[in-house]
Design a protein around this ligand. Structure first.
Ligand code: Z5A
Length: 205
């Protein structure tokens, strides 16, 4: 039985995940909880190498199935070596992205078969799911505008508006499909307003 709680945050680029994760970690730590902040792809030593392969511009062209399989290889390492041990030690794990991102980016964005993604999900983490998933929802145009100023876009960030629009739609569909786990939050409002909504979810958990 898990003793800690597992929270994942997702959404399209520029939705404000990094901003809100910093708030979540600080909020929980102030409550005296032992918090582990992590991310996907990445989060483990091997995972960070996989992340470089997945997001590095110098990786070049990659078959969409390869991208999906690498995401789940990274996830397996992450769950087995970091997430589950931390939860079993009573820690609260906050992950910047998790499996919903594979359904949204590879399923929605790349238009891969959802059934195949579900098979990988069953294989890699079966019944194991986050206690709470927060999806920050924002219009695609606004998300893209927020990250416009970035010096260099990674391999996936270079995709076009239509790709991110499909990703956004897939996230919204996930939230509708799993209302007991996923909370969709309107992230177009101010940082403070988003924090207030997140705060009430954390209190409930
Ligand atoms: N990926 C995948 O394809 N499949 C998978 O299974 C997984 C991942 C797990 C990981 O990137 C990439 O991997 C991602 C999906 C793919 N690819 N893409 N593209 P990442 O998650 O590490 O990075 P990111 O997606 O590019 O996140 P981000 O751009 O850093 O966005 P963010 O963290 O959501 O935003 P932010 O940095 O907090 O905020 C962006 C800007 O907006 C910043 O200037 C803030 O100050 C500002 N901001 C934030 N909130 C607000 C509000 N409320 N109002 C106004 N301005 C705001």
């Amino acid at each position: 039985m898990n003793k800690g709680k597992f929270i994942t945050i997702d959404g399209i680029e520029g939705a404000g995940k990094s901003t809100q994760i910093a708030f979540i970690c600080d909020y929980l730590q102030r409550k005296g909880l032992d918090v582990v902040k992590t991310r996907e792809p990445g989060g483990t030593e091997l995972g960070e190498k996989i992340r470089k392969l997945l997001l590095g511009r110098d990786t070049g062209d990659m078959h969409s199935d390869t991208e999906l399989l690498l995401m789940f290889s990274d996830r397996n390492e992450h769950i087995q070596r970091k997430i589950k041990p931390a939860l079993n030690a009573g820690k609260w794990v906050i992950s910047d992205r998790f499996t919903d991102a594979s359904f949204a980016y590879q399923g929605g964005g790349r238009e891969l078969d959802i059934e195949r993604i579900s098979e990988l999900e069953s294989w890699v983490h079966g019944e194991f799911q986050p206690d709470l998933t927060i999806i920050l929802d924002i219009e695609t145009d606004l998300g893209m505008r927020r990250i416009e100023a970035r010096a260099e876009k990674d391999r996936i960030e270079q995709e076009d508006w239509n790709f991110f629009e499909r990703v956004r739609k897939a996230f919204v569909d996930r939230a509708k499909k799993y209302p007991e786990r996923i909370q969709l939050i309107d992230a177009t409002c101010s940082v403070e307003q988003v924090q207030q909504k997140i705060k009430s979810l954390l209190e409930a958990l």
